[in-house]
Design a protein around this ligand. Sequence first.
Ligand code: URA
Length: 236
Amino acid sequence: MTTRPKEEKPAPSRAAVPARAKPAGGDDSLAQPAQQPRTLEECRRCALWHDATQPVPGRGPKRAAILLVGEQPGDQEDKAGEPFVGPAGNLLDRALDEARVRRDDVFITNAVKHFKWFPRGKRRMHKTPAQREVQACHYWLEKELASVRPRVAVALGATALRALMQRADVRLTAMLGQPVRIGDLTVVPTYHPSFILRAPDPRSREMAYAALVQALQRAGRIASDAGDGQTPAAGA
Ligand code: URA
């Protein structure tokens, strides 16, 4: 009998499938946090690779003045291998249009590069990544920031904001719309498009959407060097 190497996975299935049984050690037994992989495909820094179809790298120009950071790929992004191509991506496209920021000019990525999910019937439901997964994946975000060298990063939601600020204790609601400097980078915190889609009523949806458009406009102004009353972060 041949034994399969530990990390080998069957060919990715595009269909929604239930999670495969985990080894007794749990999620973390599939992780090697000290690993410094050269490619996302090789990454085992956390266990999320195991149930994802593929990693979803950031996408956009090699150099871009604006970088947008989401949380993690969703079901459609996991299948397509591209960030923000599902419903949240459609809303983001609309907001970018309204803010007069061209999607082709911005680099779009996520704090976490694999889809974390749990099964509900035949559907794969989004599950918020744990802080240790965000931390493990910061390895990749840092590489993207270093090569794209944006002037401004828009944090789409709390996970992105915590990843960019490298602090688990920051609260999005306390920082909404207030640009923060981290070294040479200005971070603009705003709502995640999925939060806007899930808003409980039309009025709160409209308000959150308007805040997203404003944040993108602000990023556009900062990127074009107009300045924007940025607040230096403590210790930055
Ligand atoms: N939500 C995210 O945070 N990122 C995506 O790529 C899609 C949905």
